[in-house]
Write a new protein. Structure first.
Length: 327
């Protein structure tokens, strides 16, 4: 008697859905889920002490270096707009605790980058994220041009992302905490404001490095550089931080320098202004001409008159006969 042996299909136990998903993708998804869960669990196991967190923020704002870059300011519509900078927002987030924030470049193709900025308070599970597109084009007042180098593209993406990141961080942190930090930074600036000639010269040199001359600063402050007051120094530092962070340009704050209308040429000759002065002096020294001495210019060139012959015409035959008779 023959015993039949059933042969099992070796591929029958494979799940088609599982086979369609790559192993790498499954591993990455599981890792991401595990990281999120771990962050939530750790944050709830170690909740922040708001009093201690606030003390850490205020102590950080007492540092002069942080206070100098803590505020930005720019002009729009004839008014000044100011607020906490990205540096202050990052310092507050670090001292507040249990916050994850950053910038991700999701893709880069067709001359633009898709970027995401996010801030996530893992303790309260409050999250704010912004997804935006950054064209690889730099816009200037003289026109725009396309960026080709990787470093220029990275700096442009980082600059645009920092503004969105600041907004995300400030949206997940209580507003009164932000206001207290800004007030402390202002007090620190007033306490450490250097109004000595060396300090003012250092500030002027920093502005000259970004294309702002001393004359434009004096016109902005409406006084000489040596007479700048502490409040004006604080404002100039805010403007400097705004220009360095790319929030505004120097032309938004400072008026262009006025070039003299009459300039001396490079060949060393006298300027047109000096020549006009000399000509005016000579005309004043020369005696005034009388009406008889002043020549009158004719509108058309004059033609000399021909002499008029008053004698009658001579008969040549009579002259010939008269000559023969006299002989």
């Amino acid at each position: 008697m023959t015993n039949a042996v059933a042969t099992l299909n070796p591929f029958g136990a494979i799940d088609n859905a599982a086979a369609a998903t790559p192993a790498t993708q499954t591993t990455d998804s599981a890792r991401a889920v595990a990281e999120v869960q771990a962050a939530l669990v750790i944050a709830r196991m170690n909740p922040r002490d708001q009093r201690q967190a606030m003390d850490r923020i205020l102590n950080a704002c007492c540092r002069p270096q942080l206070a100098e870059s803590a505020l930005y300011s720019y002009a729009r519509g004839g008014s000044d707009i100011s607020g906490p900078s990205i540096r202050l927002a990052e310092a507050i987030a670090q001292q507040w605790g249990n916050i994850q924030f950053g910038i991700r470049e999701l893709s880069q193709a067709n001359g633009k980058s898709e970027v995401q900025a996010f801030a996530w308070d893992v303790e309260t599970n409050t999250r704010r994220e912004v997804t935006f597109t950054v064209p690889h084009i730099r816009y200037t007042k003289r026109g725009s041009y396309k960026l080709e180098e990787a470093r220029d593209i990275y700096e442009l993406v980082a600059n645009q992302g920092a503004r969105r990141l600041r907004a995300c961080i400030l949206s997940v942190i209580p507003g009164d905490v932000i206001e207290a930090a800004v007030s402390q930074c202002m007090l620190t600036l007033k306490a450490h404001c250097d109004v000595t000639p060396e300090g003012i010269q250092k500030l002027v040199s920093a502005f000259e490095a970004i294309g702002v001359s001393k004359a434009r600063i004096e016109k902005f402050c409406q006084c000489r550089a040596e007479a700048i007051k502490p409040a004006q120094i604080i404002r100039l530092r805010n403007v400097y931080a705004s220009i360095k962070d790319g929030m505004s340009s120097a032309d938004d704050w400072f008026e262009p320098e006025e070039k003299p209308a009459l300039e001396t040429d490079t060949s060393g000759k006298k300027s047109l202004k000096d020549k006009l002065k000399e000509r005016k002096a000579k005309s004043e020294e020369a005696p005034a001409a009388t009406a008889e001495e002043v020549p009158v210019a004719d509108s058309e060139p004059s033609i000399p008159e021909q002499p008029v012959d008053t004698h009658p015409p001579v008969d040549e035959a009579w002259v010939k006969a008269y000559a023969q008779g006299t002989d």
